[in-house]
Design a protein around this ligand. Structure first.
Ligand code: FES
Ligand code: FES
Length: 199
């Protein structure tokens, strides 16, 4: 059967068997292998993708059921090649991953949570990721990563009264303003460079 999938903003057509799962279509037909096959029966969350912005288990859906819907995979979160979204960056900073098998599902789940709940409580984060299994981290750093990403997005929102920051946007160094080096520190830094920082 011919299906048309809108994946990461691109319209892709594929010829699939009716019994083919969305996960297999994404990995095999579209070559987007960031969505992982774990249990393949709806338990682990490694296959999570966003369908119209909501996390779903792509191993439990047939590709034909997703025909015409907007799908986001982990490959679609990065704002540009070589860049990371705020949530992805937060996972790196807090060491929210080890083997990485659960990571794409965790990040997409965290991303979706922050889109609908910009300031989630710890309990809400735990609840949101409760359907995603991680064998490595003990979950603490994953929760921390989502909290951290939420904090960054809120801070990025605050100063200039902008209407909102998309979690897809590249990481903004929020410490730049508040932690700007004082004059004396700059001089000390220049003194460490050849020619005292002068060309
Ligand atoms: S692979 Fe889909 S839930 Fe485990
Ligand atoms: S980082 Fe290994 S399963 Fe989560």
């Amino acid at each position: 059967m011919k299906v048309t999938l809108k994946v990461n903003g691109r319209v892709c057509s594929a010829d699939v068997e009716p019994r083919k799962t969305l996960l297999d279509a994404i990995r095999e037909d579209l070559a987007l292998v960031g969505s992982h096959a774990g249990c393949e029966h709806g338990v682990c969350g490694a296959c999570t993708v966003l369908l119209e912005g909501e996390p779903v288990r792509s191993c439990l859906m047939f590709a034909v059921q997703a025909d015409g819907y907007e799908i986001t995979t982990i490959e679609g979160l990065a704002p540009a090649p070589g860049e990371l979204s705020v949530v992805q960056d937060a996972f790196c900073e807090t060491h929210g991953l080890q083997c990485g098998y659960c990571t794409s599902g965790m990040i997409l789940t965290g991303h979706a949570l922050l889109q609908r709940t910009p300031e989630p409580t710890r309990e809400e984060i735990v609840e949101a990721i409760s359907g995603n299994i991680c064998r490595c981290t003990g979950y603490g750093q994953i929760v921390e990563a989502i909290e951290f990403a939420g904090e960054r997005l809120r801070k990025a929102n605050a100063p200039r009264g902008s209407k909102g920051v998309d979690a897809n946007q590249p990481h903004v160094d929020l410490s730049a303003e508040t932690d700007a080096p004082q004059e004396g520190v700059l001089k000390a830094a220049q003194a460490d460079t050849p020619h005292g920082g002068r060309p």
